[in-house]
Design a protein around this ligand. Structure first.
Ligand SMILES: NC(=O)C1=CN([C@@H]2O[C@H](COP(=O)(O)OP(=O)(O)OC[C@H]3O[C@@H](n4cnc5c(N)ncnc54)[C@H](O)[C@@H]3O)[C@@H](O)[C@H]2O)C=CC1
Ligand SMILES: O=C(O)[C@H]1O[C@H](OP(=O)(O)OP(=O)(O)OC[C@H]2O[C@@H](n3ccc(=O)[nH]c3=O)[C@H](O)[C@@H]2O)[C@H](O)[C@@H](O)[C@@H]1O
Length: 459
C-alpha cells in the first residue's frame, strides 16, 4: 500500500518525537498526531516552541521545520483515522492499578479503546501499527476487535516497538541501531519499511513475526535494566570492600562481550518503562506458570528498590540518624538528564522516605516545576497534599536551593551540576556540609578539598 497519510494516536514522549522525525524524513507523507488531551495538543501547537509539552534536545527544531507543512497536531481523532492509510497506536500502557494483575500487568484499556475507535470509524483498508509497548500476544486482541467489525474493511496489524531513550530521542530516531517490524503480511511490512527506509539503511530494518517483535521489546528493556541492577548490586559490595565501582565497570566493560555502555552505578533506575515492562514480563511468565523465569526477572526490580532505599537510609544515618526539621537540597528531580519526564524517578521515592523522617526538602531541577514535584508526591498518597506542600519547596536557583541546607542529594546527572561554584555552595550550607552524589558526577577529591563530607555510590 502506498502511504500518503499517517495518523498517530497518542501525542506523548514516543508519538511526538517519532512522528516528528517520520514527517521530517518523508516530506510527501502527511503525518497527523491526535490525542484526547486537548491541553497537550494545544501545547504542541503553541507558537512558542519552549512551551512544547516535551523537552527533548533537537525536537523543537524539527517541529519548527515540519509543523503546518506535513506534521499536524489535532484532537480530530475520527477524521484523522478515516483519512489515513497507516495508523500508529502510541498511547500509554501503564501498570494496572486495579483488578486482576494489579501492580504487575500492563493496563491495555487505552490500546483497546484505540482499536475500537479505529474499527468504528474506518471506511477504507488500514495498516494498524502497535507502537506502544505491549505484552506478547496483544496483537491477537487488536486483531480480534478489528476483524469483527462486520464491515468490508481490511486491517493489517504490525508490531513496531520503539527503542528510543528520553533525552536522546531525536538522535536515537535519526540513527537507530535497528527498527523492528513484526507482522504477517509482507506487503504491510514493506509499506512500513518504506516509511523508515527514507533514512534508515535496509539492513537495520529487521522483519520478524509479530510475537517475536512484541516480546523483543520487553526483553530489551529487561536486559538493559538488568545491567543497571547488576552494577548497582556490585556498587554495594564495593562500598564494603574498598573496591571502586567506576573502576570495576571500566574493567569489565572493556571485555567486548560485556561492553562499556549502561554500567553507570546510580541511585536506581527510573522512567516510565523499565519497571512497568519488567513487571509485565514477570506477570506474563507467571501466567504461564514459569515461576523460575518470573522470579529471575523480578529480582531486577527488587534490587532497584533496595538501591533507592539504601541511598536514603545512608543519608539519614550519616546525618546522625535524624533528618527531622533539616533542610535537604535535592538537585534534580527528572528520572535522567535532558528530559522533563519524572515518571518513576528515584527522586520521588527518596524524597518520600526523607519526608517520612520529617525532613524539609528543597528541590531544583532545570526542567521540572513545583507543580510536577507536588503532583508526583501526592500521587504516592503517603501524606496529605498540605503536608507535601509545607515540607517540599522548589526553587529556580541551585544556590538558593542549597542555602542553609544540611545536605545536598544529587538525584539527576544534569551536566550543569558539574559547573557550579561548589565553594560558594559550601560556604552557605550548615556544617558539616554533606553531599550524597547519587549519580557519581562530582569529583570526590575536589569536594573533600573544599570541605564537604562527600559520599557517592559504590566507592
Ligand atoms: N517514554 C518512552 O521513552 C518510551 C515509551 N514507550 C512506550 O510507548 C507508549 C507511549 O509512551 P509515552 O509516549 O511515554 O506515553 P505518554 O503518556 O507520554 O503519551 C501517551 C498519550 O496517549 C494519549 N491517549 C491515551 N489514550 C488515548 C486515546 N484513546 N485516544 C487518543 N489519545 C490517547 C494520552 O492522552 C497521552 O498524551 C507506552 O506503551 C510506552 O511503554 C516505548 C519506548 C520509549
Ligand atoms: O521503553 C522505553 O521507554 C525506553 O526505556 C529506556 O529508555 P529511558 O527509560 O528513556 O532512559 P534510559 O537511558 O534507559 O535510562 C533509564 C534509567 O536508568 C538509569 N541508568 C541508565 C544507565 C545507566 O548506566 N545507569 C542508570 O542508572 C537512568 O538514569 C534512568 O533513570 C531504554 O533505554 C529505551 O531503549 C526504551 O525505548
Amino acid at each position: 500500500m502506498k502511504i500518503t497519510k499517517i495518523c498517530c494516536i497518542g501525542a506523548g514522549y514516543v508519538g511526538g518525537p517519532t512522528m516528528a522525525v517520520i514527517a521530517k524524513k518523508n516530506p510527501n507523507i502527511k503525518v497527523t498526531i491526535v490525542d484526547i488531551n486537548e491541553e497537550r495538543i494545544a501545547a504542541w501547537n503553541d507558537e512558542d516552541l519552549s512551551k512544547l509539552p516535551i523537552y527533548e534536545p533537537g525536537l523543537a527544531e524539527i517541529v519548527a521545520e515540519t509543523r503546518g507543512k506535513n506534521l499536524f497536531f489535532s484532537t480530530a481523532i475520527d477524521e484523522t483515522i478515516k483519512e489515513s492509510e497507516m495508523i500508529f497506536i502510541s498511547v500509554n500502557t501503564p501498570t494496572k492499578t486495579y483488578g486482576k494483575g494489579k501492580g504487575m500487568a500492563a493496563d491495555l484499556k487505552y490500546v483497546e479503546l484505540c482499536a475500537r475507535n479505529i474499527a468504528e470509524v474506518s471506511t477504507t483498508d488500514k495498516i494498524v501499527v502497535e507502537k506502544s509497548t505491549l505484552p506478547v500476544r496483544t496483537a491477537q486482541a487488536i486483531k480480534s476487535i478489528l476483524h469483527n467489525t462486520g464491515k468490508d474493511v481490511k486491517f493489517e496489524i504490525l508490531s513496531n516497538p520503539e527503542f528510543l531513550a528520553e533525552g536522546t530521542a531525536i538522535q536515537d530516531l535519526l540513527n537507530p541501531d535497528r527498527v523492528l517490524i513484526g507482522g504477517e503480511s509482507g506487503d504491510a511490512i514493506e509499506s512500513l519499511a518504506n516509511v523508515y527506509g527514507s533514512w534508515v539503511p535496509q539492513e537495520r530494518i529487521l522483519r520478524t513475526n509479530v510475537w517475536s517483535s512484541e516480546l523483543s521489546k520487553l526483553t530489551a528493556n529487561a536486559f538493559l535494566a538488568q545491567r543497571i541492577s547488576s552494577i548497582n548490586a556490585i556498587s554495594e559490595l564495593c562500598e564494603h570492600t574498598e573496591a571502586n565501582v567506576d573502576e570495576v565497570a571500566k574493567a569489565i566493560g572493556m571485555d567486548s562481550r560485556i561492553g562499556p555502555k549502561f554500567l553507570n552505578a546510580s541511585i536506581g533506575f527510573g522512567g516510565s518503562c523499565f519497571q512497568k515492562d519488567i513487571l509485565n514480563l514477570v506477570y506474563i511468565a507467571r501466567s504461564y506458570n514459569l515461576n523460575a523465569v518470573a522470579d529471575y526477572w523480578e529480582q531486577v526490580i527488587i534490587l532497584n528498590d533496595h538501591q533507592k532505599r539504601r541511598f536514603s537510609d545512608n543519608l539519614i544515618s550519616t546525618l546522625y540518624n535524624t533528618v527531622s526539621g533539616k533542610k535537604i537540597a535535592m538537585l534534580g528531580w527528572a528520572f535522567k538528564k535532558d528530559t522533563n519526564d519524572t515518571r518513576e524517578s528515584a527522586a520521588i521515592y527518596v524524597a518520600d522516605h526523607l519526608l517520612n523522617e520529617q525532613a524539609n526538602i528543597a528541590v531544583y531541577d532545570p526542567k521540572v516545576n513545583n507543580k510536577k514535584v507536588q503532583a508526583d508526591l501526592n500521587y504516592l498518597n503517603t501524606r496529605s497534599e498540605e503536608e507535601n506542600n509545607d515540607l517540599v519547596k522548589s526553587y529556580s536557583d541551585p544556590y538558593e536551593t542549597s542555602k542553609d541546607a544540611h545536605a545536598i542529594a544529587i538525584m539527576t546527572e544534569w551536566d550543569e551540576f558539574k559547573t557550579y561554584d561548589w565553594e560558594k555552595i559550601y560556604n552557605q550550607m550548615k556544617k558539616p556540609a554533606f553531599i550524597f552524589d547519587g549519580r557519581n558526577i562530582l569529583n570526590k577529591e575536589e569536594m573533600t578539598k573544599i570541605g564537604f563530607e562527600y559520599s557517592s555510590i559504590g566507592k
